[in-house]
Ligand binder design. Structure first.
Ligand SMILES: Cc1cc2nc3c(=O)[nH]c(=O)nc-3n(C[C@H](O)[C@H](O)[C@H](O)COP(=O)(O)OP(=O)(O)OC[C@H]3O[C@@H](n4cnc5c(N)ncnc54)[C@H](O)[C@@H]3O)c2cc1C
Length: 456
């Protein structure tokens, strides 16, 4: 079977790439290969009752399948060049923002209309942050919410499925360069194409490394973000979340001058497990539907760790720390802030007596046995800094879940067309190491589709 274009991975990068090509040319024969399930078959077995924690499914429904890692996410589309990736370094700042806005328009046409766009423009909170040594980054944020995000994906799939061939539960094992295109090999069959778009996200990071090695494409990797997910009563952060929804706040620690930042804020949301290559870490989401809201807000506090030569395996470093927490807690560990600063582990009794009801069943434990001192000190410093703009953040009962690790894919050597050294082989989305977010990954998909349409 030969296609004009094969896309590997049906996350936002792959979906928007297929969508834009389908829109631009009805003549193109396009296939999408996805190792996970179709959207309606994606179901994480954790139900909080019979299955309380991760059972390590062969294909993780949270990370894989139509919609990619973002399918059950909070659906926050940040329109900014300040965070979420460095797409602008390849395609320019104006074009990157234009594409993110275009993605937003498509989402609005597919069920997203009526959702709210938040913005930091003109907010007095910027001054409040600066007065307390905190930097509030600029962004516009479209919050779809987990429920509307799902509807948008359903509608995009409904439009795509008759015009694009989807192969679900079909991981691609190998990509080979031919004289006139590419051959991809799956378990039972091989397919050929003129052009190939690889968009395998974070779950495909190890596979991507192998592909780069086989095709002699250079990569570099030197960063991992490590930290905890904070959960507290939603009212403590409501003056920030009501106005901005998500605030990206950066703090420079006094002790080590490390940068600690808030990440993935989920007002009235829940804390969830995340499984990356068998390692259970923590994440969070929230719903647009008021009925599904909880009384808590959660967000991550992450410390960026950059390594220099000769060490190259930054993700391996993050994985080792996550493995340590899995070893001690059988999964994610939860600790009260008051217990952490007093140097004692949390137990079920103290958590149950606290003011914050946990939304994830995690094992009470001691995060100081897991996180390196420098990272832990940074997190504690930031919690006290946040307490100045949101009093109550440093309360004893504030819950910290660990560990949260933000793995960065190694950065693949691609040019201004997002094309590798092999002509017609594009690498986009989080799998390229260039993007780390829904909006940037989607925008990279549209960009590459337009490149291909221009060349066809
Ligand atoms: C719980 C959670 C919440 C999040 N919340 C947000 C948020 O609110 N806002 C935000 O901006 N970002 C969020 N993110 C990050 C966001 O989901 C990602 O940045 C985005 O999905 C990246 O898109 P992508 O298409 O590059 O990769 P992915 O979405 O990871 O998709 C890649 C796809 O490729 C498939 N694949 C991998 N290897 C192969 C292979 N060999 N063969 C075939 N298929 C393969 C995978 O199964 C996957 O479906 C969240 C992530 C998680 C896990």
């Amino acid at each position: 079977m030969r296609y004009d274009v094969i896309i590997i991975g049906a996350g936002p990068g792959g979906i928007f790439s297929a969508y834009e090509m389908m829109r631009g040319s009805s003549a193109l024969k396009i296939a999408v290969f996805e190792s996970g399930h179709a959207l309606d078959k994606r179901k994480c077995p954790i139900d909080g009752e019979k299955v309380k924690s991760c059972i390590h499914c062969a294909s993780c429904s949270i990370m894989s399948g139509f919609g990619g890692a973002g399918a059950f996410s909070d659906g926050k589309y940040n329109i900014t060049n300040d965070f979420g990736g460095t797409l602008f370094e390849h395609i320019g700042k104006t074009q990157a923002i234009d594409l993110m806005r275009y993605v937003d328009e498509i989402n609005m046409e597919h069920g997203g209309a009526g959702t709210k766009m938040y913005s930091t423009a003109g907010t007095h909170l910027k001054k409040l942050c600066l007065q307390n040594k905190l930097n509030l980054l600029d962004a516009s944020v479209r919050h779809l919410g987990t429920d509307v995000n799902y509807i948008v994906l359903e509608q995009l799939y409904a439009e795509l499925r008759d015009k694009v061939d989807f192969y679900f539960d079909t991981p691609v094992a190998e990509v080979e360069a031919l004289a006139d295109g590419y051959r991809i090999t799956c378990k039972d069959a091989a397919y050929e194409c003129d052009r190939c778009v690889i968009s395998v996200g974070r779950s495909g990071s190890k596979w991507m490394e192998k592909v780069c090695e086989n095709l002699d494409i250079s990569t570099k990797s030197n960063r991992v973000d490590i930290g905890v997910r904070v959960e507290l009563p939603a009212v403590i952060f409501s003056h920030l979340t009501d106005e901005l929804y998500e605030s990206k706040i950066v703090y420079r620690t006094e002790k080590f001058e490390d940068r600690v930042r808030t990440f993935c804020m989920n007002p009235y949301g829940i804390v969830v497990n995340e499984n990356t290559n068998g390692i259970v870490t923590v994440n969070g989401h929230s719903y647009d539907d008021e009925k599904k809201r909880t009384a808590n807000t959660n967000f991550a506090l992450l410390v960026a760790k950059h390594f220099s030569e000769p060490f190259k395996d930054s993700n391996g470093y993050g994985e080792s720390i996550a493995r340590l927490s899995n070893m001690l807690g059988g999964g994610v560990i939860v600790q009260r802030f008051g217990d952490l600063v007093r140097g004692r582990r949390s137990n079920m009794k103290r958590i149950e007596e606290g003011l914050v009801t946990p939304t994830l069943a995690a094992t009470p434990g001691d995060l100081s046995l897991v996180l390196p001192k420098r990272i832990l000190d940074g997190i504690i410093e930031m919690i006290y800094a946040l307490d100045k703009i949101a009093p109550g953040t440093a309360n004893d009962d504030t819950l910290l879940y660990g560990v949260e690790v933000k793995f960065y894919n190694m950065e693949v050597d691609i040019d201004e067309n997002l094309e590798s050294r092999h002509k017609g082989l594009y690498v986009i989305g989080d799998g390229s190491g260039v993007t780390h977010s829904l909006s940037h990954a989607s925008a990279s998909g549209v960009y590459v589709a337009r490149q291909i349409l221009g060349k066809v």
